[in-house]
Each structure stands twice: as C-alpha cells, then as structure tokens.
Design a protein around this ligand. Structure first.
Ligand SMILES: NC(=O)C1=CN([C@@H]2O[C@H](COP(=O)(O)OP(=O)(O)OC[C@H]3O[C@@H](n4cnc5c(N)ncnc54)[C@H](O)[C@@H]3O)[C@@H](O)[C@H]2O)C=CC1
Ligand SMILES: O=C(CO)COP(=O)(O)O
Length: 333
C-alpha cells in the first residue's frame, strides 16, 4: 500500500517510520524543504526527533501535490490549527476513495469540530478515522511497547486500518466511539497542563492525583455530553492517554504547565518551544463547549484563565483543586 503522512513533526515522522514495512511505500510530507531533504537523504529529523535513526525505506518530500497523488492511505499529523488547510491543499490531487486517518489531538478553534469531522467536511465520501491513545512519539520510535486505538464508526474499516498501522510491539485496538476517543485525546492535553502546573507549584502526589482523577471526570462529562460513551474514557483513549501525558516529562503540554507553575510567562515558554502544545488552544474551545452544554468543568476553566492571562498560575491553584462543585461532594467516578 502507498501511504502518505502529512506533517514531519515528532508524531508524523514516528508514524511514517512505523509504517515502513515491506508492503508499504511511505512518503512523508514536510512543509519545510530542509526537513524533507534531511529525512530523505540523512535518515534523521533532528529538530523533532533528535538522535533518532529513520528507516532507509522512508521517503520524504516538500511537494504536496506529489505526496497527495502518492496516497492510497492518507495519515494527517499536522497540528490541529493547520489541519483544515492541509486537507484543502491536498484535495485537488487526492484519489476519491482513500481512507484518511487523523493523528492530531485537539479541536478546531472556531467551529469546535473534531478532526474526523474536519476530514468529513473537506474530503466528503472518504472513511475518516482517528489514531489516539498513550503514544509519546520518542518511546515508540525507540521500539518500546505501546498500545493505541484506531477509532472509526465502521468496524470493517477500523479492522483494515488496524492491520495497516499495527507493527510489532505497537499494538492497535479498534474502537467505534469516535467522539469519546477524540474528546479524550483533545482534553487530556488541557489536564496535562493542569498537572504540570501543580508540579511546578510544588504540590504533593495526592494533589496531582486529585487533579488527574477530577480531570478524567471532566473529560468524561464533556465526551458524554457530545455523544460519546463514558466507558471509552476509562480505556486507552481516556485514562491511558491522560496518565501517560500527565506523568511524562516528555509531554509538551505538561512542560508548559510546569513552567507556568514555576512563574514563567506563556509567551516566554512557547517562544522557546519548536513543538506544539495543543492544550493551550484547546482550553478555550473546551470552555466554549462546556458553556454550550451547561457543564461546570473547573479544571479546564482554570487552565483557560491562566493561558489567556486572566489569572496567574499561583492564583489558579485553588481553582485547580476546586473540582467538586458545592452541594455535589460525592465522587461521581
Ligand atoms: N508527539 C507526540 O508524541 C504525539 C503527538 N500527537 C498529536 O499529533 C499532532 C502533531 O504533533 P507533533 O508531531 O508532536 O507536533 P510537532 O510540533 O512535533 O510537529 C508539527 C509538524 O507540523 C508542521 N506544521 C505546523 N504548522 C503547519 C502548517 N500550517 N502546515 C503544514 N505543516 C505544519 C511543523 O512544521 C511540524 O513538522 C498534534 O495534534 C499532537 O497533539 C499525538 C500523539 C503523540
Ligand atoms: O499525545 C501525546 C501522548 O499520547 C503527546 O503529548 P504532548 O503533546 O503533551 O507531548
């Protein structure tokens, strides 16, 4: 199968490398021609995956038309803010029937759409799926065991994509609950900022666990309000990803939170990061969705208030732990 991966950041490059097996011809599209040339000729991507050696079979290009024409399966790993534009530029050159898989974890800023919804809008008539779960790129590229979820409504398509994406110790499970899987992936980034912030402020493990557990309740509540299933969020796409992201020093979202907790400004933190921390923008979208559905979601609201400069991280702390509204003091699980 000819596979095209859009986005040569850490996750796009990792998934492209993972898919380089005998029966796949994988072409990675990088916006930056220098990155494409480096991947293609030197088998490395130092800006995003320092020290990693990429497979000799992996090809890369900065020519989007060539990349689009190559695809029998399109995998999209650009940040959510660039997702629609990347699909629109691809559309004129893309075969009509090919499946499209989103790797991106977030929501479209103004429309509040999930990435599979953006795929269906821009590329109608094609199967759309999301790959999500606890998948920190560097560990997976290093060959460590990990589990992931491919979510799409049609389980025949899910099973076919599972066969194409799974490799060795990278296990892929299928899931029909696309809403639950995508909301879990988007919102865990916001909760990872909260956990990182608690870390930066120097709290104890009990408190961080409380933020994560109440964060899980928030992402479950929103997913259910949007039509997802609560049980989905207890699995890899919810709790699994939340735990990996909130606990790992590799997480960019947790890093942003930790630096905010240490008293640094968001501009300063983002200014020295080349990679994306999706939770920063997702927080505002989540608050708009919470208002739309009449949900409380105090942790997401607190992160929104910090990243939009309404309050300082040190002032946010009481809000972060104020996760149970008065009069509702039982843990809803
Ligand atoms: N890195 C990871 O471990 C994982 C990341 N993800 C998700 O995958 C998505 C991509 O993340 P990463 O690869 O980590 O990001 P990254 O920051 O490492 O790389 C982003 C890539 O997208 C490119 N890009 C940015 N704006 C663009 C535009 N307007 N047009 C075309 N290309 C553009 C950048 O040049 C870069 O190559 C995010 O939504 C993230 O949440 C999901 C699972 C794991
Ligand atoms: O989604 C991820 C792990 O599953 C990556 O998290 P970060 O974007 O916070 O690094």
């Amino acid at each position: 199968m000819r596979v095209t991966v859009l986005g040569a950041g850490s996750w796009g490059t990792t998934v492209a490398a993972l898919m380089c097996r005998r029966d796949h011809e994988v072409l990675l599209w990088a916006r930056n021609p220098d990155v494409a040339a480096e991947v293609d000729e030197q088998r490395s991507n130092e800006a995003y995956l320092p020290g990693a050696r990429l497979p000799a079979r992996l090809r890369a290009t900065a020519d989007l038309e060539r990349a689009s024409r190559h695809a029998e399966l399109l995998v999209v790993g650009v940040p959510t803010g660039a997702f629609r534009e990347a699909l629109e530029l691809t559309r004129p050159h893309l075969a009509p029937w090919i499946p499209v898989v989103s790797l991106s974890k977030g929501l479209e800023r103004n429309t509040h759409l999930r990435m599979t919804e953006v795929i269906k809008e821009v590329l109608p008539g094609r199967p759309a799926a999301a790959l999500t779960g606890p998948n920190l790129a560097r560990e997976i590229l290093a060959g460590q065991a990990a589990a992931s979820v491919i979510a799409t409504e049609d389980l025949t398509v899910a099973a076919a994509l599972q066969r194409e994406l799974a490799r060795g110790v990278f296990r892929v499970y299928t899931h029909h609950d696309v809403v639950g899987c995508e909301i879990g992936g988007a919102l865990k980034n916001v909760i990872a900022i909260a956990t990182g912030m608690a870390q930066g402020l120097g709290v104890g493990d009990n408190t961080r666990s409380a933020v994560m557990s109440r964060g899980l309740a928030e992402l479950t509540t929103l997913a259910v309000a949007m039509g997802g299933e609560a049980t989905t969020l207890a699995g890899l796409a919810g709790m699994g990803d939340l735990v990996a992201t909130c606990m790992s020093p590799q997480s960019r979202n947790r890093h942003v939170g930790e630096q905010l907790g240490l008293g640094r400004s968001l501009d300063e933190i983002l200014g020295e990061m080349r990679m994306v921390a999706e939770g920063v923008k997702t927080a505002s979208t989540v608050v708009e969705l919470a208002d739309h559905h009449g949900l409380d979601m105090p942790i997401a609201r607190t992160i929104h208030d910090v990243v939009t400069g309404r309050i300082r991280a040190s002032e946010a702390y009481r809000g972060l732990t104020r996760a149970v509204p008065a009069g509702h003091e039982l843990d809803p699980g």
